[in-house]
Design a protein around this ligand. Structure first.
Ligand code: RNT
Ligand code: ZN
Length: 416
């Protein structure tokens, strides 16, 4: 895009926002600092490199678009390419099944830091920071219950796995001199009625307490709440109520996946309530369509409202922003860029809200004025600010990333 036009449009936008008391330069500077944790599992449909088994645990990818990453080198190449199209400096979120196991089978209760050494080296070389996830799905011992399993043998296996994962995250965090955020999501639940709702939740509490016992300064742990999984529709042990209570009492980070609530629920409304009681939030920005479908994140009302609530609650600095979707029906790199840029757009939109003026109106009981300004803010030249943000950071402006991804597809992913 023409440089002069981008700058001219930005200058005009800056003036328009200044009239309502918003500093666009400040918003752009804040967005530049905002790291987004890129979920490595978008490159290969949550496959990983442990074995060739199928994806279990109540989650599913749909589609069969050619070109998915088949090995560690390809995942890394894709992430390196993704980095070239995104403004800002981002993180990479790994799952345990993406370890560098050197062609050998390493069971989950055997995993060690050494299996992630090449990731740590790669991250350092490519200026990425790492986040991490234990993996309790896609394994013969996953079943319907892992950490909440009454069978001590199975439960201990997963406790051991998760503790080992915390050690790996701790090592990652120490090397990068920035805490590695480790998410614990377990699919535990039941397809049909259970008369033991409380029992499994008690067991999960005990398992988590055991896992989180040791303080590890290089990492921070978070636990992810969920509504249901496929084949686990009637009961989820780690429900929202369960983890709200757990995180509030244990002072653990709450992972909020925007796809994990009832379709008509207002996810944005949860932000301010949670931030009063939990230390921080980990976000899995996703897009549910009729169910927890993990469609590619877009700039929709739900996501816009969500980040507005985060900024209004002064919570952006208390949230770790990560993505969580897996669409195998379109170009996977394209899906990455669409979702990450959409997240950035939503954050920018929140940062550009004329909050001071809106709050002034509300305090004065000026309801009409508040609603009017909220409405007018929607059509301010937001796009010019986002274009400038990308231009300033030397990445494609507007739809320019489409041909870049087409080229990568032609030269790289289509040959897989
Ligand atoms: C599943 C959770 C979880 C996973 C990843 C792969 O519903 O959202 O975060 O998507 O761990
Ligand atoms: Zn998630």
């Amino acid at each position: 895009m023409n440089e002069n036009k981008i700058l001219k449009a930005y200058e005009m936008a800056k003036e328009r926002y200044a009239v309502i008391g918003v500093d666009t330069d400040k918003a752009v500077a804040e967005l530049e600092k905002q790291q987004i944790s890129l979920h490595c599992w978008q490159t290969d449909d949550v496959g990983g490199f442990e074995n060739d088994g199928s994806l279990t645990g109540g989650i599913q990818t749909t589609g069969n678009y050619p070109g998915k990453a088949r090995n560690i080198e390809e995942v890394r190449a894709d992430l390196e390419f993704v980095k070239t199209l995104l403004a800002g400096n981002h993180r990479v979120n790994l799952h345990e099944i993406y370890g560098d196991f050197g062609g050998k089978f390493v069971d989950r209760d055997q995993v060690e830091v050494k299996h992630f050494q090449s990731w740590i080296d790669w991250a350092k070389a490519n200026n990425f920071k790492l986040d991490f996830n234990s993996t309790s799905f896609s394994h013969p011992k996953s079943g319907d219950l892992s950490l909440a399993n009454p069978d001590k043998g199975i439960r201990d296996f997963w406790i051991e796995h998760t503790i080992r994962c915390r050690r790996i995250a701790d090592a990652m965090g120490k090397v990068q001199d920035d805490p590695c955020i480790m998410n614990i999501w377990v699919h535990d639940g039941q397809k049909d009625f259970t008369v033991n709702r409380r029992k499994y939740r008690e067991i999960l509490t005990e398992s988590l307490d055991e896992i989180l016992k040791e303080d590890m300064p290089g990492m921070k742990s978070c636990v992810e709440a969920k509504l249901f999984g496929i084949g686990l529709e009637s009961y989820t042990v780690g429900s929202m109520d369960f983890f709200e209570g757990y995180c509030a009492t244990r002072k653990v980070i709450y992972t909020l996946d925007t796809g994990h609530y009832e379709p008509t629920e207002n996810v944005a409304d949860k932000v301010s309530a949670l931030l009063l009681y939990v230390p921080e939030l980990m976000l899995h920005v996703s897009r549910p369509v009729r169910w927890d479908s993990d469609h590619v994140t877009i700039m929709n009302d739900m996501t816009l409202e969500f980040f507005k609530e985060l900024v209004r609650s002064d919570g952006l600095h208390r949230a770790h922003v990560g993505l969580d979707y897996f669409d195998a029906s379109i170009n996977r790199i394209g899906a990455y860029i669409i979702g990450t840029r959409a997240t950035q757009k939503c954050i920018l939109s929140a940062l550009l809200e004329p909050l001071a003026k809106l709050r002034e109106y509300e305090a004065e009981g000026k309801g009409f004025q508040k609603l009017a300004l909220l409405e007018e803010a929607k059509t301010l030249p937001f796009g010019a600010v986002f274009d400038y943000f990308n231009y300033k950071n030397n990445v494609p402006v507007g739809a320019e990333f489409i041909p870049a991804i087409e080229k990568y597809e032609k030269e790289v992913t289509s040959k897989r």
